[in-house]
Design a protein around this ligand. Structure first.
Ligand code: AMP
Ligand code: MG
Length: 319
């Protein structure tokens, strides 16, 4: 165990010094908190897998602050990828490219591709700029657990296992980036996020593929992920109301109005996707801190726009 140092958002230099020394530090991004290491330091990268308990066959996303850094990682950046970069970077979009030889196999889990993103958060961008190198940063939580959108969520599973954390308050988007594979003839969405297929198609002027099942090495593809401590069940409003005839001590996450029972705890979620997404993980963390036995979640609206929220809830739910 080590002492995890806590830094305010303006103590960036201290965090950069730790990263320069080969340590790993949790940093705020606009999606979720990331656990960062110098992408050029293999010993530091190994510490990420160790701290998270993440299997080594799950590749990491490289975070950059400029197109120069992209060119150092990617062998070739197509015209279409350039269009997406221009339109959505910095922002919650990760693109997969053919990797350059110089990108460590520890980052890519031996794949010949590399996932790259330019984040929008000022702290993350400033740290990359001061370090002058890309950072690898998976979500700052123990493997398979609920992603962190506040510093206390990070500390819940990583306190004493990481050198430091920079407090950037709550993450504004709250759900991991959209991942799109740009190495194929037709771009393929590997993980849904707040940037939708439709938004990508509007810029690319071609259809993108949205597969439901694929074999890419991608943690978003694991059947279980993002799981809270309490068992979570994704149900219709009707199913919830029926179950509550016999169930008690349940947390209920809903966005529709419903009749409340005294023996349950209710979490009213927004019916706006953006606000729902921002609160999703924080609500799951809050429920985990209570004494309820299970979580019933009202299935989100059946609209494309909600596909990222639905994806995360499905993976968080009890199979
Ligand atoms: P996390 O770090 O937990 O947000 O997850 C990062 C995601 O990026 C995981 O789902 C990885 O599998 C995915 N990823 C990283 N590199 C690649 C790659 N080269 N090809 C496909 N997916 C990747
Ligand atoms: Mg993760």
């Amino acid at each position: 165990m080590m002492q995890t140092k806590y830094f305010k958002f303006d103590q960036i230099k201290e965090a950069v010094d730790l990263l320069k020394g080969g340590d790993i530090v949790a940093l705020p991004t606009e999606t979720v908190y990331g656990l960062a290491a110098d992408a050029k330091n293999e010993d530091a990268i190994k510490k990420i897998f160790l701290a998270k308990g993440r299997p080594s066959d799950h590749p990491l996303i490289v975070h950059i602050d400029s197109l120069d850094m992209l060119n150092e990682c990617a062998q070739e950046v197509s015209l279409q990828a350039k269009k997406l970069a221009e339109h959505f970077w910095p922002g919650p979009l990760t693109m997969v490219f053919k990797k350059r030889e110089s990108v460590s196999n520890l980052i890519t889990a031996g794949l010949d591709t590399v996932a790259v993103r330019m984040p929008q958060h000022p702290v993350m961008l400033e740290v990359i700029k001061m370090l002058g190198r890309p950072l690898v940063a998976p979500s700052a939580n123990a493997h398979k657990k609920t992603s962190p959108t506040k510093p206390e969520h990070v500390l819940k599973t990583l306190d004493g296992k990481i050198a430091g954390i920079v407090d950037g308050g709550i993450c504004s988007i709250g759900i991991e980036s959209t991942i799109i594979d740009m190495t194929k003839e037709t771009p393929v969405i590997l993980r849904p996020g707040s940037i939708t297929a439709k938004a990508l198609e509007q810029v690319l002027k071609v259809k993108v593929q949205v597969p439901f099942d694929h074999n890419q090495k991608i943690s978003g593809n694991m059947k279980i992920h993002y799981q809270p401590e309490k068992p979570l069940f994704l149900l219709s409003l009707e199913q919830i109301e029926n179950l509550l005839h016999t169930e008690s001590n349940v947390a209920i996450m809903h966005y529709s109005d419903l009749d409340k029972q005294e023996s349950c705890v209710y979490y009213k979620m927004s019916s706006k996707r953006q606000d729902y997404a921002k609160d999703l993980y924080a609500t799951l963390h809050a429920i985990d801190a209570t004494t309820v036995e299970k979580i019933f979640v009202e299935t989100p609206p059946l609209l494309n726009e909600w596909s990222d929220v639905k994806d995360r809830l499905l993976k968080a739910s009890k199979k």
